[in-house]
Design a protein around this ligand. Structure first.
Ligand code: EPZ
Length: 427
């Protein structure tokens, strides 16, 4: 586990170009979906991230053959010979639970360690299991494992109590090879759901309505080899947009999927950020002072919870008061204490944070607690006076490809130290 730190000398205005990588949250379920297709699958624009590495380890443990190239992988699950997901990997990344539906559809069995919680919440999987049970799975919980078995999955009407992203993905994959038709009502509408459905349809599935509340899946008998390019990462895009805003910079972001960012762009325009779209590029710059804006995180197309911490960092140095409500996860304000160490004025009451902008933040040592909190601390460091040291960068490497190189390219003074390395020479 990377024990290093990221050191940032704040105060630099970001300018120049940055290219967005493939989406972590689109790639993970698509990698899991290769379990449904016992042939060669070529995936391109795959980001090189810790979480992707862990999912590839899961597939290898199950008996798949993964040939890894630069930004691409060829997965062949023809010789898959296990239906038990490895504890070591599931322990490290709860998203590996998304192999459950595919294993059950392929083998009629799936043993998956109960994914632990994480810093942002308990992360239960009750909605996943309720849906799989309704599709015909017998489910028992034994010694920290979920054990599922089903002679044959049978299509039915499913209603999700909450539009869970992971549950929608698991159920869509299980239903793809079930007999008959499955309807998922109150389904998640995230772009990553649509991407998974498009991938499965290209391999021969019959899925309609992905991206809406109601997804209809007509089960087929087999899926075939195909190739697929992973969509750009909308959360990484939002993170760089906020990096430009917080440093009053002027950047050009390449490989942007605007349709995935309507709410984020609307809220940041309200705050005074200027966007100019050109083909798949987006210029982001700031002419005047940023104004405070209130947000409430919601399932897509609402404001994404994965950008809440980054947005809060921006509000910390925005004159006036902003109200940030986190309605998706029960404990996603871990970054508040660390931002306050940098001089931010934030009060938290249950799911509501009241941010009163301060003139400037001051750099100090801070500790990242989860993936998006680490991004928020980096953004705060870019704008803070002096030097910020962010520890716990293991979290960062799970979801941001080459972040120091990309920020350095934009003019930031940022570096990673692993141990006793000196900080900036004579700065
Ligand atoms: C996905 O997590 C993303 N991860 C998360 O991104 C993202 O924050 C989340 O969706 C919401 O958009 C991946 O795609 C790998 P959920 P997931 O199931 O599927 C509750 C990041 O930073 N719930 O939609 O786990 C749950 O506790 C990560 O990239 C149940 O109660 O999210 C949470 O409060 C963090 N029972 C809410 O629903 C269930 O069975 C949303 O969870 C499932 C979920």
């Amino acid at each position: 586990m990377e024990s290093g730190k990221i050191i940032i000398k704040g105060g630099r205005r970001l300018t120049g170009k940055v290219k967005i990588s493939g989406s972590k949250n689109a790639a993970l379920p698509i990698l899991a979906a290769t379990i449904l297709i016992p042939e060669k699958i070529t995936l391109t624009n795959l980001p090189s991230l810790l979480d992707i590495q862990i999912m590839l380890e899961v597939l290898n443990e199950l008996g798949a053959n993964c040939e890894i190239g630069i930004g691409e992988v060829i997965v062949n699950t023809a010789n898959l010979n296990k239906y038990e997901a490895p504890y070591e990997q599931v322990r490290q990344m709860r998203a590996s639970a998304v192999v459950m539906g595919a294993l059950l559809a392929r083998f009629g069995k799936a043993y998956v360690p109960l994914p632990g919680g994480c810093n942002i919440g308990l992360r239960p999987i009750n909605i996943h299991l309720d849906g799989l049970r309704k599709l015909g799975a017998n489910i028992s919980l034994e010694k920290g494992y979920v054990k599922l078995s089903a002679r044959k999955l049978k299509g039915t009407v499913l209603y999700l109590d909450y539009p869970s992203v992971g549950a929608t993905e698991n159920l869509m994959m299980a239903a793809s090879l079930a007999t008959g038709e499955t309807i998922i009502d109150n389904a998640a509408k995230e772009p990553e759901i649509t991407a998974l459905a498009d991938f499965l349809n290209k391999a021969g599935a019959e899925i309609q309505g992905a991206g809406s509340d109601t997804i209809k899946i007509r089960g087929v008998t087999e899926l075939k080899s195909t190739a697929w390019r992973i969509i750009p990462d909308r959360i990484e895009t939002g993170t760089y947009i906020i990096a430009a805003a917080i440093t009053k910079g002027d950047i050009l972001i390449e490989e942007v999927e605007f349709d995935h960012l309507h709410t984020v762009v609307t809220k940041l325009e309200e705050a005074g950020v200027i966007f100019e779209k050109k083909d798949s590029q987006m210029r982001v710059h700031v002419q005047k002072e940023i104004s405070p804006v209130n947000i409430r995180t919601m399932p897509y197309p609402g404001f994404p919870t994965d950008l809440q911490a980054q947005f809060m960092a921006l509000m910390c140095i925005t004159e006036g008061m902003s109200v940030i409500i986190e309605s998706v996860f029960e404990n996603r304000f871990m970054h508040v204490g660390e931002l306050c160490r940098m001089g931010a004025d934030i009060k938290v009451d249950n799911h509501t944070a009241i941010v009163r902008g301060v003139k400037s933040l001051s750099g100090t040592e801070v500790n990242a607690t989860d993936l998006r909190a680490s991004a928020a601390l980096i953004l705060a460091g870019l704008a803070a006076k002096g030097e910020t040291q962010v520890a716990g960068i293991y979290h960062l490497d799970r979801g941001y490809e080459h972040i120091e190189a990309k920020l350095t390219e934009l003019g930031a003074q940022i570096k990673r130290i692993h141990s006793k390395e000196t900080l900036f020479e004579g700065e």
